[in-house]
Design a protein around this ligand. Structure first.
Ligand code: AKG
Length: 307
């Protein structure tokens, strides 16, 4: 690790052992997703579970969550340092910059707790409508296929190694497919609806606790019913280009002073708004750090700082 002028550590060197491989890049490009097994060490996963449970229990106590019902929540990054540590997590961030490059930040973060279905649940209840991420972006971007722009890292904190556990469902390779969007995605209503049918090419993501799954925002995906006895708990961290607006009401500015420059970049800091489009070195310390580690060639394909 390096020290910056504030004495804060910059980027965990462990990330150098988790760079995106050619094979992983190829899989992500073709299939639209990538599994990262053992992304979370057990102690970190346990701390994350505790932090999620604390927020969920608080919501239950205040009547903002119901015991039998799916609960989703954003704006949690400042509630526990373990959520902040996940922003530049060494096993996943190198995959993110390997795909999107250095002009990135965390534009969106949400957690989902999905308890076993209520005993009176109807057949099909618990499906989230199939969707691509980003709502109106998918309508207002005029190109086909729609552009990638961002990706999410899903961290599965509980065991979803078997179907029926509220698994995340994906349609591999569907990210280049522009089909009409369901109304629910446009309004991004978190209500879970009955899926009218499960597409033939859809698969449940069945992974061990602690696995991360990167997915292209265009990949068609959905949550599914939890017919097991295990409450599913997952975190979703969305990274996109710095010129994309935040999707959540994230309160993160007060965290900047205790973050190193790269983490500040990832939380959305910019010297001036123009620097989101035409960055200076100060706006994008991740770029400088990558050059230090790998030389100028590593950033060559992404062009100059500001064009
Ligand atoms: O909770 C899930 O499995 C689905 C989450 C989701 O649809 C999303 O992140 O857009």
């Amino acid at each position: 690790m390096d020290d910056n002028s504030n004495g804060l550590k910059i980027m965990n060197e462990e990330c150098l052992s988790h760079l995106l491989t050619d094979e992983e890049r190829d899989h992500f490009e073709k299939q639209g997703y990538l599994y990262v097994p053992n992304a979370l060490p057990t102690d970190m996963r346990e701390r994350l579970l505790e932090a999620v449970d604390k927020l969920h229990n608080n919501a239950l106590a205040k009547g903002k969550a119901k015991p039998d019902t799916h609960w989703g929540f954003s704006n949690f990054l400042g509630t526990d340092d373990v959520f902040l540590d996940l922003v530049d997590h060494p096993t996943t961030l190198p995959k993110v910059w390997g795909i999107l490059g250095w002009n990135i930040y965390l534009y969106h973060a949400h957690m989902h707790v999905k308890p076993p279905a209520a005993s009176d649940a109807q057949e099909g209840d618990g499906w989230l409508e199939w969707h691509q991420d980003s709502g109106r972006v998918n309508i207002e971007m005029e190109t086909h296929p729609r552009p990638r722009l961002s990706l999410k890292v899903a961290y599965f904190l509980t065991d979803v190694s078997e179907p029926g556990r509220g698994n995340f469902y994906i349609r591999p390779g569907s990210h280049y497919s522009d089909v009409p969007l369901p109304e629910v995605e446009i309004s991004r209503d978190p209500l879970e609806k009955s899926a009218s049918s499960i597409p033939d090419d859809a698969i449940p993501v069945c992974v061990e606790p602690g696995t991360a799954v990167l997915f292209d925002r265009r990949l068609w995906h959905s949550r599914s019913p939890n017919t097991s006895q295990i409450t599913r708990k997952a975190l979703f961290y969305g990274y996109g280009y710095r010129w994309i607006r935040q999707k959540d009401d994230m309160t993160v500015e007060h965290l900047y002073e205790r973050c190193d420059p790269i983490r500040r970049q990832l939380l959305g800091a910019a010297v001036k708004n123009n620097g989101r489009y035409v960055p200076t070195d100060e706006d994008v310390p991740l770029r400088g750090w990558l050059i230090e580690q790998f030389g100028e060639n590593v950033v060559y394909s992404q062009g100059p700082l500001g064009a």
